[in-house]
Design a protein around this ligand. Sequence first.
Ligand SMILES: Nc1ncnc2c1ncn2[C@@H]1O[C@H](COP(=O)(O)OP(=O)(O)OP(=O)(O)O)[C@@H](O)[C@H]1O
Ligand SMILES: [Mg+2]
Length: 459
Amino acid sequence: MLTPLLLLWPLSLALTWFVAQGIASKPFDRALEFNLQVLTRLVVLEEERIVFKLDSQARDLLRADTGDLVYYQVLGPRGELISGEVDMPRPGDEERPEPGRVMLRDEGMRGDEVRVAYTWLARNGSERLVLVQLAETKGKRSTLATEIIKGVMVPQFVILPLAVLLVWLALVRGIRPLNVLEQRIRARKPDDLSPIEESFVPQEVAPLVSSINDLLTRLKASLTTQKRFLADAAHQLKTPLAGLRMQAELAQREVDPMEIRGSLRQIARASTRATHTVNQLLALARAETTGRSLPNERIELSRLVRGVVQASVPRALEHGIDLGFEGPEETPENCLIDGNPTLLQEMVRNLLDNAINYSGQGGVVTVRVLLDRFSGVQILQVEDNGPGIPENERELVLQPFYRALGTNVDGSGLGLAIVQEIAQQHGAMVIMEDAHTERSPRGLRVSLRFAPFRPPVQE
Ligand SMILES: Nc1ncnc2c1ncn2[C@@H]1O[C@H](COP(=O)(O)OP(=O)(O)OP(=O)(O)O)[C@@H](O)[C@H]1O
Ligand SMILES: [Mg+2]
């Protein structure tokens, strides 16, 4: 605040100087004009001659000024000197004489600055004009201007330091709560995400503090989710690993080759489960991170889904599942979607795995790509005739590690979380419904709606 205040001071002085000069010269201009008018009355325009009758009274009037030098000049129609000083500067040629009007201008004369009042006099009916000029030096004008400046400047010497002091005091007082706030924030423990108290902060900073509090709340929520996720992941891995160790110890003590073989089978199962969990964890991490950074491509959804279905045929046969695909042979240009093929494959694979795993022996799984050629919208459906998911669990199964009870299928509970993440990144929503409303089991139909890629309009 000090810098602008100190800069403003000289500026205000310069401004005062200009204003003071304007004010100071006004009364003196009036007096000069008046004296000029007195002089013009002394010019007598006779038939052929022009006479300037300067009587003693008028001479006194001119000399009445003590501080300044006064000059006058009377010029005839042809520019000849009738009375006064020869070397007085004349008005510029470009100026159009206006008889009877008194004008003012600034000039230099004999090394001094002078203020000149001048006018033209017209003889009756004649074009020829007589010029009368009266000049005075500017001594008393600048004296008055200086007086005004002094009158203004002296109080400023007092007011300015006072203003600086007041501003300083006010700022120190105003900023004190901020210092307190700073200390409180510094003193916080790294894991303290409780909101900052808003009551003691100044009104101006309250919105800032409130937005920081919002951020803290969101951070806390996201940290809690991450912590829970980490704990769940650790738990999911710990169980098969503990199983592994137990079976290995058991096998070491065992002598019966059949028992050893059984233990080895258990070990293989536990390690498969652990590997599956790790793979699913990695897939979820990949979906969360690469989805935003990988450049997207234009994808034929139908062809991509068909590829995944074909790759799953052996697994379906193994489970005794009737796996079918329904979708258009070709996708028109306007129906291509904008997305990441690796992630989309991962998503379809998870949906298909669920359908195959949970519908069980003799199940029927149908994967469908519905295409609306007009709007370009495509709907991916994965349908099975398994037990389905009860309505109240459809939200929950999308969360990581949530597994519905009552199945004997191995899994980590991450598949649908992966599906949800990838769908979100492609602007699609996961909708779950009964596949068959009229028979039991009702089965499950998972639908995802994709909007087509729209090239930006070229201007
Ligand atoms: N097609 C389905 N039919 C019946 N229940 C299903 C179906 N798909 C998912 N579920 C239920 O939703 C739960 C969550 O599924 P999700 O795919 O997320 O995990 P998961 O299959 O158990 O494990 P992962 O897919 O990681 O191997 C499953 O445990 C299952 O109970
Ligand atoms: Mg699954």
